[in-house]
Design a protein around this ligand. Structure first.
Ligand code: MLT
Length: 240
């Protein structure tokens, strides 16, 4: 199996993922929030790149059927129902609801994945399930780190490294690119205290400064959920 990690999404990638299999990571926090919402019974998640688009989608839906959610600068967008903290997405709050979600980086990635073959959603929270699915679909995979405003995001690389480590434990032959090998090295140095390392990342420090330390603690749980979710027809749902 060939696995390539991508740290930066440049122009080159705009048509690159047509009919290809990808895994999306924005571990702090969009993909962790998506996995938590779906595990707690949300009907689906509609990732949207902008606040305007999120509001537009909501306008066409019955008010009781959806929650309008997202963040800018880590904070809940004014007038929205929920922010981007996985801890807000309890079953009481999200069960049966469509989640329209916009975040600074994570939800934008899906714009270039509309014609991909498989698009899996990954977090520490469902890492083993993702790896199982990658193995069972036995394809060539691209692991996309959403990054932070075009910058390298170590938290995403740590999560990519976790996936690589789990894959290597189970598969004899995994052909990795440089970024995948680097991710694995970063993760192997951090794995004994993932929480501490998440807290020390640039993104972790921003979240702590804005009062979201508990989110990092929650997201540091590996395999809290054994679910897979995929993106198809502009919507993310649980995968059997
Ligand atoms: C993002 O999409 O950039 C993040 O999920 C931001 C956040 O931590 O809320």
């Amino acid at each position: 199996m060939k696995v390539e990690v991508i740290f930066f999404l440049t122009e080159k990638f705009h048509d690159y993922f047509f009919n290809r299999s990808v895994v999306v990571i924005d571990v702090l926090r969009a993909t962790s929030t998506i996995i938590t919402a779906l595990s707690n019974g949300a009907k689906n998640v509609i990732p949207t790149p902008t606040v305007e688009e999120a509001v537009k989608i909501a306008k066409n839906l019955e008010r009781s059927t959806y929650l309008l959610c997202g963040e800018r600068n880590t904070k809940t967008i004014e007038g929205f129902d929920l922010g981007n903290s996985p801890l807000e997405y309890t079953s009481e709050r999200v069960s049966g609801k469509k989640i329209i979600l916009t975040s600074t980086n994570g939800t934008k990635v899906f714009e270039i994945l509309k014609h991909s073959k498989n698009v899996l959603i990954a977090s520490t929270l469902n890492a083993s399930a993702v790896v199982e699915k990658m193995k069972s679909l036995d394809d060539e995979w691209f692991i996309i780190c959403s990054g932070r405003d075009g910058f390298f995001d170590e938290s995403d690389a740590l999560c990519a490294g976790l996936l690589i480590e789990l894959l290597l434990k189970q598969s004899e032959k995994v052909d990795l690119n440089d970024a995948a090998r680097v991710s694995q090295i970063i993760y192997s140095k951090a794995k004994n205290n993932l929480l501490k390392h998440f807290k020390n990342t640039d993104h972790g420090k921003i979240l702590i400064a804005n009062g979201f330390k508990n989110d990092i603690e929650f997201i540091s749980q590996i395999d809290r959920f054994s679910v897979n979710a995929n993106f198809v027809n502009n919507s993310i749902g649980l995968l059997e």
